[in-house]
Design a protein around this ligand. Sequence first.
Ligand code: NAD
Length: 249
Amino acid sequence: MTRVVIVGGAGRMGRSLVACARDAGVEVGAVIASPHSATLGQDAGEMAGVRRLGVPITADLGAAIPGAQVVIDFSRPNVARDHVDQCALARIPLVLGTTGLDAGIETDFERAATRIALLVAANTSLGVTLLADLVARAARALPDRFDVTIVEAHHRGKKDAPSGTALALGRAVEGPAKRAVDYAVVRGGDIVGEHDVRFIGEGEELNLAHRATDRAIFARGALRAAVWLAGRPPGRYSMRDVLGIKSVS
Ligand code: NAD
């Protein structure tokens, strides 16, 4: 079993990570929530709706890190930099799934990756990891007269827009040629996550799409990434490395 610390543990993704951990071969060593969370002191397993784990939720990442092999962070962008620094200082690998990060954090990632194995992924599902490859291939193959619009839809509680996944797919479309991409955002109800990459030409449209109906797909991907990352040498890694996806180009 790989022993992990789950950061953002009281959130939608945090609860799914705790619930999926055992089946993924992961031992939940600690669960970290915001210092303002009403869940502090509760049992992490009960909070996630599974069995009692004997792991009380705390707000002290610094105290939890030394007992862990990997940290998984699905929390808030404003605290991501601090969490990256803490992991780098303690030399503990990090899977960072939090989105809405400012562009400047790339410098922190590069610095951290000289000390730890670091995997940053706006989407940890198998389907979207493969979709990014397919989108890059379509963008290279289709002439410039095809306009590209990425339409994303999420639940009403999602903080960032466009989603981190939409922006990552946009980067896959842009490629070295810097092809222009438009974004359209839908927020409502309990939509887990939908992404449509629309290549719109005259008289035809190519639409590459992904539908997430259960956020356990992200949790399982992140847990698999954590198991894979434990013990790896410092550097940047991606979900493509974890899932062994070969380029389709
Ligand atoms: P959420 O709002 O339900 O949960 C976020 C949690 O982080 C909250 O419970 C909040 O209290 C907690 N938090 C805030 N400050 C903290 C701190 N200092 N330490 C620890 N925890 C803290 O959001 P969510 O739907 O669970 O999503 C969390 C993040 O993951 C978002 O950025 C979201 O976009 C991203 N996400 C990524 C993927 C992926 O595949 N990579 C999938 C879904 C969501």
